[in-house]
Write a protein that binds this ligand. Structure first.
Ligand code: NAD
Length: 320
């Protein structure tokens, strides 16, 4: 007999993958999403969908019939660049919504809460060195501030009210289902969107910047692994691969794999709040959870290119 899970942001990239995996395991999945960046096309068959803004307390009664075993909170506005356009709204979406949702979960008798935090909480870190959970945090964008605030709120809920929480500091997640039309969110999807659907690749910031790209299948694996595992309760984990790739390397790999060696590339000034480099130290999650990423960057990119390339020329640049 399956359980009921509430997956917020399930009309988005990571949430739709997690929802599909839970459905495959025979669970009931309810998705809560306001379709800010998500799409109904991403909602997997078999999932129930409730459209609501999680930052608006007045809309929560729409969920009151539910008694989920766990809340998997993946809804959010995930662009640091966009967070500068209206910081107040960003704090609402990313921090206030987490607080309201955690309180709602407790009221419904739910004691388990998984949260998608972000590498951005570290800010610049120490250049060239992998970021560890014990490192100081220094957000550089309002987005990162709101992610960190959410982590802290969940720690208080965990310690004070017994809402067992796990915050996953996701590094750069990529894979099929990313919104290729959103040119302000997701380095892999942005660059691949240019290469497959446009005639010029614009890179905002230095080619020497580096990132840790982790495939969405690996992220979904970890979320499922953490769900019922007490070793993850009250924890904050980095979720990356431990391998760094520069923008130059990423672009070179994409152009080679898409067989577009002479594709025009233009470097533009960087965006506010962007960090120079991020690389995950994943030794904690490996040791505690026995999780390790399985999908290499080239293999993951191949899957993404095969997924999106047939859509090139059809004018369909949305998620699949
Ligand atoms: N993709 C990454 O590389 C990455 C990295 C670090 C953290 N994260 C975090 O992981 C989560 C999922 O990211 P994603 O890449 O799938 O993004 P996404 O934009 O594809 O999905 C987010 C979903 O949340 C929904 N949403 C936004 N605000 C909402 C609100 N107020 N109420 C209800 N629904 C709302 C959107 O409509 C969308 O469907 C986000 O919280 C993001 O900050 C993602």
């Amino acid at each position: 007999m399956g359980h009921t899970y509430l997956v917020t942001g399930g009309a988005g990239f990571i949430g739709s993958h997690v929802a599909s995996r839970l459905l495959d395991l025979g669970h009931r999945v309810v998705i809560a999403d306001n379709l800010l960046t998500g799409s109904l096309e991403n909602v997997p068959d078999g999932a129930e969908f409730v459209r609501l803004d999680l930052a608006d307390r007045a809309q929560y009664p729409a969920l009151d019939a539910l008694r989920p075993r766990a809340v998997i909170h993946l809804a959010g506005q995930s662009s640091g660049e966009i967070s500068f356009e209206c910081p107040e709204r960003d704090l609402d979406i990313n921090a206030r919504a987490t607080l309201l949702l955690a309180a709602w979960a407790l009221e419904r008798g739910c004691r388990r809460f998984l949260y998608s935090s972000s590498v951005s909480v570290y800010g610049d870190g120490s250049p060239g060195r992998a970021m560890s959970e014990s490192d100081p945090v220094a957000p550089k964008s309002f987005y990162a501030c709101s992610k960190l605030a959410s982590e802290h709120c969940l720690r208080v809920f965990d310690q004070t009210y017994g809402l067992r929480s796990t915050s996953l500091r996701l590094f750069n997640v990529y894979g099929p289902g990313q919104n290729m039309a959103n040119m302000k969110q997701g380095m892999v999807s942005i660059y691949l969107g240019y290469v497959l659907f446009r005639d010029l690749l614009e890179v905002k910031g230095s080619f020497d910047r580096y990132r840790d790209f982790v495939h969405v299948d690996d992220v979904a694996d970890l979320i499922l692994l953490c769900l019922d595992d007490t070793r993850s309760f009250g924890r904050v984990f980095n979720v990356g691969t431990g391998r760094g790739t520069t923008v130059r390397e990423l672009v070179g790999l994409m152009l080679a794999m898409c067989a577009k060696p002479g594709f025009p590339v233009r470097e533009l000034p960087g965006t506010p709040g962007d960090v120079f480099g991020s690389l995950a130290d994943i030794s904690l999650v490996e040791r505690v959870m026995g999780w390790a990423p399985r999908v290499g960057l080239e293999q993951g990119l191949r899957g993404m290119i095969d997924f999106y390339a047939p859509r090139a020329g059809e004018g369909d640049v949305r998620a699949g």
